[in-house]
Write a protein that binds this ligand. Structure first.
Ligand SMILES: Nc1ncnc2c1ncn2[C@@H]1O[C@H](COP(=O)(O)OP(=O)(O)OP(=O)(O)O)[C@@H](O)[C@H]1O
Length: 697
């Protein structure tokens, strides 16, 4: 598709990108992420405090002044302004009828409508005028679009792309916009970090341009090891050498022009803690705003477009404004089921530096903590929104109309539910809440996947906010971040299955389900231990097998197959028990590979088929029960959370306990059934072994 996974930048930037997390330069997290984004020159200690720029000022008049300031700034002045657009009494709910538009006094104070779009169409600009680099280009007003030289008004550089090229890249984008997929799922693999290298963990992810293979080492019942191969296909797979700039080009850049065309777009990162979500997400808004401003000031010049920034987090099921001293926010639904965030401050911005400052401010305010995998772990879901609005008839005294919106969501680690086992009460509550919201997100995705009439968006604050990412005229880019390490294999598989499910939401996708591992690899890999395979015998025919057995087959794996695994219930000791180096079959690159196995004699084959079927059955059963137990645990966690929140646990404790007991008894019955089945399985396995040894195999 795009060759993203094979990209090699081959520049100094690559070297930088390949540094492991622990190798990062000293300094604040903000300066670190600017460096990681290739935007270090934006780092400035000289920027005056926001208050110096009438940060909390407002009013219709203020808005007019603000706009004029913006124009001056754009016209080469060095003035720097930012004002929130939602001062009390100054903002109109965009759901209001057109007849009300001339009555600024009726605007709902501080109410931001996340979903509403007016009906006025943006005038089409002929491509020749819109993208005429010669007529529009003002050389003194911006820099190259190169990653290391972001768009900055009032500054000039001799380096960078020719002006024509900068502007002419947009027609391409515009053409692309109509064909931009509704949902795009991209996987990003980070490099092994120092800790993982110190533990001798191996890179088990093999990437191609739009697919990847996870090589999972497993133990058979007789404790011999084998490698199970899981193949996934996505829209793009970005390997550990891909820079943040390339990530931007692959993910967000194509959707930027569309937000001028009445579209809501969302980009979110998903993955376990420490997998690189924040590292990936942080540079994107700045890069996007650079392109948005370029479009605003050139392609849509003089058309009254304005750019607004807001930044909030969902922490413990509550919303906090990251640009307004973590002020608690309220989410409300209006009569049309449109979600509004009451009190959220929006800041109008005119250049990248202002946006940079706001993002830094928000990031500094964000809730973080330390996990085993990440010293600066996000404990919240952070949502940064870039909203494009348009002045009504060029009238600066009226609030502008929302046109399009680009939201960036940095989700908390997907396995933070594991924190519920932590002794610290606060961490447990956080973990439970994160778990709940990610579970709700999964439920919504599943419901959409099944074309269910009712989508349970109200399951969590996160899904309420994300609602418009999945319905209506929207675009969604999901970046699944994965660690390459063998120790993270289970989490990685969970992330990829989750991503696979999201991918299946988009029409006409070509995503293969990860059924291969349980049907083919398992069957064949159970017959020969890995240690007995010589390196020279290395061969890979998995793809061939897949094609043979699955061509034209629209088989969908059972629901349970995609259930996410809660790590606290898993045996993480697996990291330690990973196969010894001698046991592994390696390619010259060191990548562990699955080995094709010799074809068996018909008699043995028959018994192997039986065994494989049995194994499959057992695995399905175990998966189903594990899922049930995990779901139960989630319910228990949620209930516990409710109790804590209720503040007077005694009140409803008896009810809760009765309810939980009923659920647990039901699950216990299931587990007993599983034990009976396993005993049966063990008996069959013994019989099989006898059969194999008597056949002299
Ligand atoms: N592609 C990458 N290249 C180099 N370093 C990376 C890459 N991805 C992540 N890192 C580093 O790994 C560490 C963890 O990354 P990050 O904080 O982005 O994880 P996260 O998924 O956001 O975790 P959490 O959910 O706990 O917030 C950071 O120090 C980061 O700099």
């Amino acid at each position: 598709m795009n060759g993203g996974g094979r990209q090699r930048s081959g520049t100094a930037g690559v070297h930088h990108q390949r540094q492991y997390s622990d190798n990062f330069l000293d300094g604040s997290s903000n300066s670190r992420w600017l460096q990681s984004a290739g935007l270090q020159h934006l780092q400035s200690n000289n920027i005056p405090p926001l208050q110096d720029y009438n940060f909390y000022g407002g009013g219709a008049q203020g808005g007019g002044r603000m706009y004029r300031n913006a124009q001056r700034s754009f016209n080469g002045g060095n003035e720097f302004y930012m004002e929130p657009s939602t001062p009390p009494g100054n903002y109109r709910a965009s759901t209001q009828k057109k007849s009300d538009e001339d009555s600024p006094g009726d605007f709902s104070p501080g109410l931001l409508d996340l979903h509403s779009f007016d009906t006025e169409l943006i005038p089409e600009i002929p491509a020749t005028n819109a993208f005429d680099g010669n007529s529009l280009y003002k050389p003194s007003r911006y820099r190259s679009s190169d990653d290391s030289e972001p768009y900055m008004m009032g500054k000039q550089t001799n380096r960078g792309r020719a002006p024509e090229n900068v502007l002419k890249s947009f027609p391409v984008d515009k053409e692309k916009s109509s064909s931009v997929a509704k949902i795009k799922v991209v996987v990003r693999k980070r490099p092994l970090n120092k800790k993982e290298l110190a533990k001798n963990e191996e890179d088990i992810i093999e990437t191609y341009s739009n697919s990847l293979t996870v090589h999972e080492t497993k133990l058979k019942v007789d404790l011999t090891q084998y490698v199970e191969k899981h193949e996934f296909v996505f829209d793009a797979v970005l390997n550990e050498e891909v820079t943040n700039d390339e990530v931007y080009r692959e993910t967000v850049e194509p959707i930027v022009p569309i937000i001028f065309e009445r579209t809501k777009a969302t980009c979110f990162a998903y993955g376990q803690t420490g997998s690189g979500k924040t590292y990936t997400m942080k540079p994107l808004p700045l890069k996007a705003s650079r392109d948005i401003l370029r479009l605003m000031y050139h392609t849509y010049r003089n058309q009254g477009y304005q750019l607004f920034v807001s930044f909030f987090e969902i922490y413990g099921g509550k919303l906090f404004d990251l640009l307004n001293d973590r002020k608690k926010l309220c989410m409300r639904e209006d009569g049309k089921q449109k979600v509004c965030i009451v009190g959220l401050q929006e800041y109008r911005v005119a250049d990248v530096e202002q946006i940079k400052e706001l993002i830094e401010k928000g990031n500094a305010t964000r809730s973080t903590g330390t996990t085993g995998a990440n010293e600066e772990s996000s404990r919240s879901h952070a949502i940064l929104q870039l909203a494009i609005k348009k002045l009504i008839d060029g009238n600066e005294s009226k609030p502008p109309r929302p046109i399009g919106k680009l939201s960036f969501i940095d989700l908390a680690g997907s396995e933070r539910g594991a924190d519920t086992t932590d002794n610290d009460k606060q961490t447990r509550i956080e973990g439970a809440e994160i778990n709940k919201s990610l579970l709700a997100l999964k439920e919504c995705i599943r419901a959409l996947d099944n074309d269910q009439g009712h989508i349970p968006f109200r399951g969590s604050k996160l899904t309420e906010v994300l609602r418009d990412s999945f319905v209506g005229n929207s675009r969604t880019v999901m970046i699944s971040c994965i660690s390459p390490s063998s120790g993270s294999c289970e989490h990685t598989l969970n992330t990829l299955r989750y991503a696979d499910r999201v991918k299946s939401l988009s029409k006409g996708n070509n995503s293969k389900k990860d059924v291969l591992s349980s049907t083919i690899n398992l069957k064949e890999s159970t017959t020969v231990p890995l240690s007995s395979v010589t390196a020279s015998a290395y061969e890979d025919r998995t793809t061939e097998v897949w094609q043979d057995e699955n061509d034209g087959d629209d088989f969908s794996p059972p629901e349970d197959y995609y259930e996410e695994v809660t790590p606290s219930l898993k045996n993480n000791g697996k990291v330690e028990s990973y196969a010894t180096t001698e046991d592994k079959l390696k390619k010259p690159s060191g990548q562990v590979k699955w080995k094709d196995l010799p074809r068996s004699e018909p008699k043995t084959m028959h018994s192997e088929d039986d065994l494989a079927e049995l194994l499959q059955e057992e695995e399905d059963l175990v998966n189903a029960h594990r899922t049930q137990v995990e779901e139960t645990m989630n319910i228990v966690r949620e209930e516990m959370n409710l109790l804590v929140e209720a503040d007077q646990p005694g009140n409803q404790l008896d009810d809760y306990i009765t309810k939980l007991n009923a659920i647990l008894s039901q699950k216990a019955a299931g587990i007993m059934q599983l034990q009976t089945r396993l005993a049966h399985f063990q008996k069959r396995l013994k019989e099989h072994n006898v059969l194999v040894s008597s056949a002299g195999y």
